[in-house]
Unconditional design. Structure first.
Length: 145
């Protein structure tokens, strides 16, 4: 599936709304990034994207990136250092497993929204939202041609 086809199947506003809603329960910052190909180790490419998007500059180092290489039908979920220091091993595994199933069934938007909602709930336990919390990163989907 081309990136254009992938994006056409997404309800982008619903995803953006899910990010905003999830971030109401946590000080964590959630981003979704879509590009056609990872061209290599997806985790390495995602880590570079994480850095380039400014996600390592959050105050609590609690950013989360859902990185999707749509033409390769691959994704990875990355949490910043602040998250990795607090959460148990395998923290993202259940979310990733459910997202894989949704993607296999062509339920792209539902899968991404469910992943965002789950991440928000789980992050809320470790990084509850403070009354003076500031939204540090844009909630839009980052799309790279």
């Amino acid at each position: 599936m081309t990136q254009k086809e992938f994006l056409a199947m997404l309800d982008q506003q619903r995803i953006v709304d899910a990010i905003a809603a999830a971030e109401k329960r946590t000080s964590g910052e959630i981003r979704v990034h879509v590009q056609p190909l990872a061209r290599g180790d997806i985790r390495t490419v995602a880590e570079k994207t994480f850095e380039r998007l400014g996600m390592t500059r959050t105050a609590l180092r609690n950013g989360v990136l859902l990185f999707i290489a749509c033409e390769e039908q691959r994704f990875t979920i990355l949490g910043d250092r602040g998250i990795d220091e607090k959460v148990p091993a395998g923290f993202w595994d259940e979310i990733a497993a459910k997202l894989t199933i949704r993607f296999q069934h062509g339920e792209l938007t539902d899968g991404i929204v469910e992943a965002i909602e789950s991440a928000g709930r789980q992050l809320g336990a470790y990084f509850p939202r403070a009354s003076d919390d500031v939204d540090e990163l844009a909630n839009e989907i980052n799309i790279e041609p």
